[in-house]
Every structure is written in C-alpha cells, then in structure tokens.
Design a protein around this ligand. Structure first.
Ligand code: PLP
Length: 374
C-alpha cells in the first residue's frame, strides 16, 4: 500500500515501538509510588519531558503531557479564558474543529474571525486592525499550519502583533511540531499544542506547552499528576514514545525533510505536466508545508467517498482533507473558502518513507482510473 495520508497520522517508528515496549517491561509501576519500581517509572517520564523540552527549546517545567492535542485544546482554552478574564477571542474559520468547537462552546465571549486572503492566508493587517479596535482582554487562537491545504502562518509576525496589543496567543502546532525545527523560547507563543501521532509517535499522546510565568488551575482533578495540571496515572510508554519520536525527528531532520521536499516538488511537476487542468488549493503548489499538496482536478460525477475508495482499490491511501471529515460527502470549509465549490480536493501528505516511484504510480492511477488517459 502506498501511504499518502501522513497529515492524518504517521506510522510509529521502530525506535518508538522498541522504546515503548521496553518501558512496558521495565517502567510499568505507578510513577507516584515512592518505591524503586515507581521511581523508575517517574524517571522515565521526567527524562522524556526533558527530551521534549530540549527538542522544542522550552523549559521542562513548560511541558505537560495530555492524551491528545484535542484534550489539551478543550481543557486549556476555557482555563486561559477564566484565569485571564478573556472577553474576546480572535480566530479563523479554517481552524481545526477541536479549536472551533471549543471556542463556540464558551459562554459570554465575543468571537471574531480574522479575514483570509484568496489563498486562505490570514490577513495580518486585519488581525492588527481588529486588535487595535479592541480594548478588552483578548486571546488569539490560530494554527501554525493548516492540516488540509498546508498554508503556513507567519508565526513570528503574529506574535509581534499580539504583543503590541497585549493579547495572548494560543497556537495549534499539530502539523508543524515534529516536522520543523521549532524554538519555543525564541518564538514567544504563550501556549502551543502538538500531537505525537503526527510525527511518527504513538496515538493518544499530546503535548501542551505553557510559557513560564503563567499559573493555571488543573485541567483534570484527582491525584495531582503532571505537577497538579492533569490528574490521572500517566501513560508512561506513550510519553516515552513521544519523546523518542521527537529525538528521532531531530536526529534525521536535515535528510528527511530534504527528501520529502524533493518528493513534493516532483509530484507538483508531474501533476502539472500530466494534467494541465490541475489547480492547487491554498499555497501548496510552491509554498506551505513541505510535506503536503492539495489539488483539484475536473472530475465529473464522482463523490468524495468514491474518489477515496477508488484510490484505495488502486493501493493508495489518500484523503481529501481532514480525517475528521472523511466519509462526509462535502467539501471542507477551507477548500470552499479558498477555491469555491469545486467537486474535489485531493490531499497528498508525505513522509520520509515515501519514494519517487510511488509518486509515479499515483500519477498513473489518476491517468488511468480517473482521467481515462491510457
Ligand atoms: N489540530 C490539528 C491542526 C490537527 O491536524 C489535529 C489532528 O488531526 C488536531 C489538532 C487534533 O490532534 P489529536 O489527534 O492529537 O487530537
């Protein structure tokens, strides 16, 4: 099977599986217990936290482990709102549902949506203007990279604008942490989230970053784990696997990212050469995430699910956007916003495991199974 759905999830690395298996065997006791077995588990967690902090250029005390990015978003945003007397939130229509639904569930908060340009990029001048016209305590919640079309937010500029207006900034970095070198200390975002299964780590493991100096009430109540932030006996193996995945990312970043970038360039070139009618969604033709392409073809009378299934039958795992909306015969919001009502939007999201021959096969499948070119 050719796997081109790495924005939905990535295969766990063998190093990650080995580290997790080892942890299940040797560090399985309750990390809160004071005996030697418990302390072995505690050390495994704290070493993992130190590694995550090191890779992300953060302090260990700024890193919290959660069960997913979704959990971190759902639990943290209401806490930020309450602790900082936030009255106003600025976001965009193209955030992940974990952000949008959490924001929509908040009571007595004014939510404003920043304008997007024709490619779906945040209009920074509009963000600045909305913040200027606002005297209330504000939180800005924007994603670093869009999971469907791969647009990248100019994060440093957003931080500058937020600082100028004393707004807090929550950044969903699920599609960039573990793919780009990120220096959280330099970036100066106030809050960030990541998800291990997007960077070849285990599923059900999220990272929450809270810039130091900020105190928050617990996300979950109970036995006071995660320095009283998230109670519940820790997922030791998952945490160790998360750190291992980031360690491997750092070790191989140069080679692997270069390889993926070359694959993307090759795929874009082949799509244009073979299908002059192709159109690219967002900035993915020659910008955005280096591992993602989102494009449309004039395919008539074929539903979204039928496109995914046809690729699947030809041995290619692909999706037309976020996994959360798979199975829904509707175009995603972001593609509608950026390119209107097209009949399809095909997302190719690559990893270091992919090969040039797989792109060739993909082009061949589009030719023969979708475009009837023989
Ligand atoms: N934010 C973005 C941009 C995502 O792509 C995803 C996963 O698809 C999430 C948040 C949710 O992450 P998790 O699977 O850890 O809940």
């Amino acid at each position: 099977m050719i796997y081109f759905d790495n924005a939905a999830s990535t295969a766990p690395l063998k190093e990650v599986i080995e580290a997790m298996n080892e942890t299940y065997k040797t560090a399985w006791a309750n990390p809160s217990s004071i005996h030697t077995e418990g302390q072995r588990a505690r050390v495994a967690i704290e070493n993992a936290r130190d590694k995550v902090a090191e890779v992300l250029s953060a302090k260990s005390s700024e890193i919290f482990f959660t069960s997913s990015a979704t959990e971190a978003i759902n639990l943290m945003i209401p806490l930020i709102v309450e602790s900082n007397q936030i009255q106003n939130i600025i976001t965009s229509h193209t955030e992940h549902p974990a952000i949008l639904k959490t924001l929509q569930s908040l009571k007595n908060i004014n939510i404003q949506y920043v304008k997007l340009d024709k490619n779906g990029e945040v209009e920074l001048a509009h963000l600045d203007e909305v913040l200027s016209n606002n005297s209330k305590k504000t939180l800005v919640a924007l994603m670093h990279a869009n999971n469907e079309i791969g647009n990248l937010l100019p994060i440093k500029k957003v931080v500058e604008i937020c600082k100028k207006h004393q707004a807090l900034f929550f950044c969903d970095m699920v599609q960039t942490i573990g793919k780009y070198k990120v220096d959280l200390e330099k970036l100066q975002v106030d809050f960030a989230v990541a998800s291990a299964h997007k960077f070849h780590g285990p599923k059900g493991n999220g990272i929450l970053y809270i810039k130091s100096g900020k105190k928050y009430a617990p996300l979950l109540l109970g036995g006071s784990q995660e320095r009283n932030m998230r109670s519940g006996t820790e997922n030791i193996s998952g945490i160790v696997g998360t750190a291992k995945a980031l360690e491997e990312f750092e070790k191989h970043f140069e080679d692997r990212s270069k390889h993926i970038e070359n694959l993307k360039k090759y795929c874009v070139k082949k799509l244009i050469e073979n299908f002059p009618e192709v159109s690219f969604n967002g900035t993915s033709q020659n910008g955005g995430l280096y591992n993602l392409i989102n494009f449309s073809l004039p395919l008539k009378n074929i539903s979204r699910q039928a496109i995914d299934m046809k690729f699947d039958m030809a041995g290619i795992a692909i999706s037309q956007g976020s996994a959360c909306s798979s199975g829904v015969n509707q175009l995603s919001e972001i593609v509608k916003i950026v390119h209107g009502e097209k009949s399809n939007a095909i997302r190719v999201s690559l990893s270091f495991d992919n090969k040039i021959e797989e792109i060739d096969k993909f082009i061949e499948v589009i030719k023969t199974k979708f475009m009837n070119i023989n």
